[in-house]
Write a protein that binds this ligand. Structure first.
Ligand SMILES: Cc1ncc(COP(=O)(O)O)c(C=O)c1O
Length: 474
């Protein structure tokens, strides 16, 4: 058997609504061809994100009932704090309502205009929050990360040589800290090795620069360390996690991923002065330090989730399920990013739709077609998310990779759902020549992918030109 079966039984079910192609065409048109703007009820299989979409366990649901909703000193906070401390080992734990709030708080305390924050690869909200502070967000992942065919076991690694050159170039005073994202979501859910983290730490010690983790998917990263890094096969994942965190000065986490919770996040760190600054700001924007923008029951669910996620039977299945979908797709000749990451399969839109130029957003066009034909929602990680347009010169930039991420929510879909997904993508591949491009008709100044609007390229030629706001080829 090449597929590990689900290590749980299903106790509660949620019906899936099926739609017609005609209905989906209408919904797409109303949504401006932006899948974030679709009503979720119009989606059959939702692979938009693995964030906040996990199915909670019976223990987590039970935990909701014993959540303590006291404004100050909630019992659930102490339980949550103990769970985070035992996982990461840092002294201070600051709850937030989700990951980007943690980013906002940490960056407000440490990042000043003109500074530079290196990462293996920033996630969109991380980048946006740094740029909002008028600082530079630099991606310094190993160059192989940009080659969708290169099969490295730790393709999320930091390029330590480039990191050193960057610190020398900008000066250590302008680098308030370095981030490492585990796993590297924007680069295909690829893990970072313990050896790479250790070498990064040693380098940063020389310059006295702190190291933080963007730890949304720490457990999946640690599972890959166990599977792939020499010397870790017999080490429990919990111990691997502890060693990993011990190499940093703190972490940010969206618990909506490996916290197995539907909402929540935190900052955890050792430095008392930074913790104080963050906590004071927290009170202003999120809430009192023992709830941080969450209900007591959410803290309870997170505390239990952070323990459950280290169950090795669960992790084996989790990573195995993603690999199963990838295997089915590969057997059908679908171009995907290799190797397979921890939480998602990434379709390589440049190869799937070679007839579409980047200015027509091939990955967005592919995601739209997948929804229109089969009701499956993925997310574009390409020119819409990471491209830019200068409003003065109207020049556009495009990232190297044009990907559609099919993120697998944790404990939500079964093997047969994934078979449906694989069959649909393979079917679409046969008909790829009929897929047209898209033109951007509206973009917000930050995080444009959430609210951007598009028109189909053939339709847009006239109407968008006259509106004068289309991103057209130069
Ligand atoms: C690597 C990474 N960092 C930060 C975030 C932001 O977390 P949140 O969506 O909880 O604000 C995400 C969300 O997907 C992420 O994948």
């Amino acid at each position: 058997m090449n597929f590990p079966f689900e290590p749980y039984k299903i106790k509660v079910v949620e019906p899936i609504r099926c739609t017609t192609r005609e209905e989906r065409c209408r919904l797409l048109h109303e949504a401006g061809y932006n899948l974030f703007q679709l009503p979720a009820d119009g989606v059959t299989i939702d692979l938009l994100t693995d964030s906040g979409t996990s199915a909670m366990s019976d223990s987590q649901w039970a935990g909701l009932m014993v959540g303590d909703e006291s404004y100050a000193g909630s019992r659930s906070f102490y339980r949550f704090e103990a769970a985070v401390r035992s996982l990461c080992g840092y002294r201070h734990v600051v709850p937030t309502h989700q990951g980007r709030a943690a980013e906002h708080l940490l960056f407000s305390a440490l990042v000043k205009p003109g500074m530079c924050v290196p990462n293996n690869m920033h996630f969109d909200t991380t980048r946006a929050n740094i740029e909002y502070r008028e600082a530079e967000a630099l991606d310094l992942v190993v160059k192989e990360a940009y080659d969708p065919h290169c099969e490295l076991p730790f393709k999320g690694n930091m390029d330590v040589g480039r990191l050193e050159a960057t610190i020398e170039r900008v000066g250590p005073d302008r680098v308030p800290f370095v981030l490492i994202t585990i796993t590297n979501n924007s680069g295909g859910g690829q893990p970072v090795s313990m050896a790479n983290i250790r070498v990064t730490r040693q380098l940063l010690n020389r310059y006295r620069i702190p190291l933080f983790f963007d730890a949304c998917r720490f457990a999946e990263n640690c599972w890959f360390i166990k599977e792939r890094e020499p010397g870790y096969a017999d080490v429990p994942v919990r111990e691997i996690a502890r060693s990993l965190f011990s190499l940093g000065d703190g972490c940010l986490m969206s618990a909506k991923k490996d916290g197995l919770a539907n909402i929540g996040g935190f900052v955890s760190l050792n430095d008392a002065a930074w913790a104080r600054a963050i906590t004071n700001h927290l009170i202003l924007v999120e809430g009192f330090p023992t709830y941080g923008g969450l209900a007591g029951r959410d803290l309870e669910a997170m505390a239990r989730g952070l323990e459950e996620v280290l169950d090795e039977g669960y992790l084996r299945f989790r990573v195995g399920q993603v690999r199963y979908l990838a295997d089915l797709l590969e057997r059908g000749g679908v171009p995907i990013l290799k190797p397979i990451g921890g939480h998602a399969v990434y379709l390589n839109a440049k190869e799937f739709l070679p007839h579409l130029p980047q200015f027509q957003f091939p990955a967005q066009a592919l995601a739209v077609a997948l929804y229109r034909e089969y009701g499956i929602r993925g997310v574009e990680i390409g020119s819409v998310m990471f491209g830019t347009r200068d409003p003065h010169t109207e020049q556009s930039t495009h990232p190297n990779l044009e990907l559609v991420r099919l993120a697998i929510p944790r404990r939500v879909y079964t093997n047969s759902h994934l078979m449906y997904v694989a069959e649909s993508v393979i079917d679409l591949l046969q008909r790829r020549d009929s897929i047209g491009g898209l033109l951007l008709t509206y973009e917000a100044p930050q995080l444009r992918h959430f609210t951007a609007r598009f028109e189909e390229a053939a339709l847009a030629e006239t109407s968008v030109h006259s509106a004068g706001i289309a991103v057209l080829p130069r």
